[in-house]
Design a binder for this molecule. Structure first.
Ligand SMILES: NC(=O)C1=CN([C@@H]2O[C@H](COP(=O)(O)OP(=O)(O)OC[C@H]3O[C@@H](n4cnc5c(N)ncnc54)[C@H](O)[C@@H]3O)[C@@H](O)[C@H]2O)C=CC1
Ligand SMILES: O=C(CO)COP(=O)(O)O
Length: 327
């Protein structure tokens, strides 16, 4: 067993650190806050973001990026919009050959770039992978059975990382379709906001199921246009994660949409939590338009978030689109 680095001690980073510790690896868990590193080392609990879960003994919290130098690979588990600055910071300390596994789900707002492109832009020539799939941090940390996908263009590296992270309750499949895997994770959050809004507005389970199915059609169209494989989108990181996040208020994106549906403003609805779909919606829609991909549900979310439409107007617009063949 080796040493795994984790950059980001939020809910997901902490849950993944526990998975790696349980798998017999030594784990260096980096947080930007020296205060938090000290508290984590002393209390062994991430009280704010992953309450009730004890850190595994093999986890060493730190706020010094240099402590990640001798790790086998590093999971980057900070919000999507920090990918550029975090990759740049890591590039100053990590050897060129150390793989960076992107665990955030989103699109860079300023540039419209997918996250692996951002990482490759900042750290050209170094290996990059993405971990995505239906997995709530709390479920994973409590040892509930979970299955996700690890994607890397290098099949041997994909298999190595998937094997290293897998354990009795955390099953990691591997794939070489990096594009498909990251698109699924980024786009499903936007669609989950729509599902939440339908729930919050009291529009019924039938409407929610229709949104999941038509949302999946959007996901597939988008992925095809940007080089993802349809088969990937039908797997854990596409359909699997879409269904999970569209089903329950345990998802922050769904809960955000639900509160919007109940009449709260976007700021009130977020309640200070990370809502990746809200940050990614505009970039997703812009990318779709740039390649002529029809994404009416994602567009509706973007219009509601930018204040150019109410939820009721957005639903009316979706229902009154011209009748067409289903595909
Ligand atoms: N929580 C979950 O169940 C899952 C989350 N993810 C993804 O993982 C990513 C992180 O999510 P969570 O850990 O849940 O969020 P979180 O809000 O629990 O934690 C985010 C962490 O990033 C840190 N951070 C924020 N800005 C930073 C910056 N500029 N530089 C360095 N660190 C910074 C925060 O201090 C915090 O420790 C998101 O993209 C999310 O979509 C993926 C799968 C499951
Ligand atoms: O990506 C996730 C589950 O797979 C977490 O979803 P939320 O960010 O909506 O909580």
């Amino acid at each position: 067993m080796g040493t795994i680095g984790i950059a980001g001690a939020g809910a997901w980073g902490t849950a993944l650190a526990n998975v790696a510790g349980l798998g017999g690896h030594d784990v260096i868990l980096w947080t930007r806050s020296p205060e938090q590193a000290k508290t984590l080392a002393a209390t062994r609990i991430n009280e704010r973001l992953l309450p009730g879960i004890l850190l595994h003994d093999r986890i060493r919290p730190t706020s010094d990026l240099h402590d990640l130098v001798a790790t086998d690979f590093v999971l980057l588990v900070t919000p999507a919009q920090t990918t550029r600055e975090m990759t740049a910071a890591l590039a100053t300390v990590l050897p060129r050959e150390t793989a960076l596994v992107l665990c955030a789900k989103g699109i860079e707002r300023e540039t419209g770039m997918l996250l692996t492109d951002v990482a490759e832009d900042v750290r050209p020539g170094s290996p990059v992978a993405a971990l995505s799939g239906p997995s709530f941090a709390d479920d994973v940390a409590r040892g509930l059975p979970t299955a996700v996908t690890l994607a890397c263009r290098n099949p041997a590296l994909a298999e190595d990382i998937a094997t290293a992270l897998s354990g009795p309750t955390f099953r990691v499949y591997h794939r070489t379709d990096l594009r498909g895997v990251e698109i699924g994770g980024a786009a499903k959050n936007v669609l989950a906001i729509a599902c939440g809004a339908v729930a919050g507005r009291g529009l019924g389970e039938s409407a929610k199921a229709a949104l999941i199915a038509r949302g999946f059609a959007e996901l597939l169209r988008f992925a095809r246009a940007y080089g993802g494989e349809a088969e990937t989108l039908m797997g854990l990181s596409g359909l699997g994660d879409l269904v999970l996040t569209c089903s329950t208020a345990q998802s922050r994106n769904f809960a955000f949409g639900q509160r919007l549906g109940e009449g709260l403003s976007p700021e009130e609805a977020a309640g200070g939590k990370l809502v990746e779909g809200a940050t990614t919606a505009r970039a997703l829609v812009a990318l779709a338009r740039a390649r002529g991909v029809d994404m009416p549900i994602a567009e509706a979310v973007e219009r509601v978030l930018s204040g150019t439409s109410t939820i009721d107007q957005a639903v009316d617009a979706l229902m009154n689109r011209p009748i067409k063949s289903e595909h």
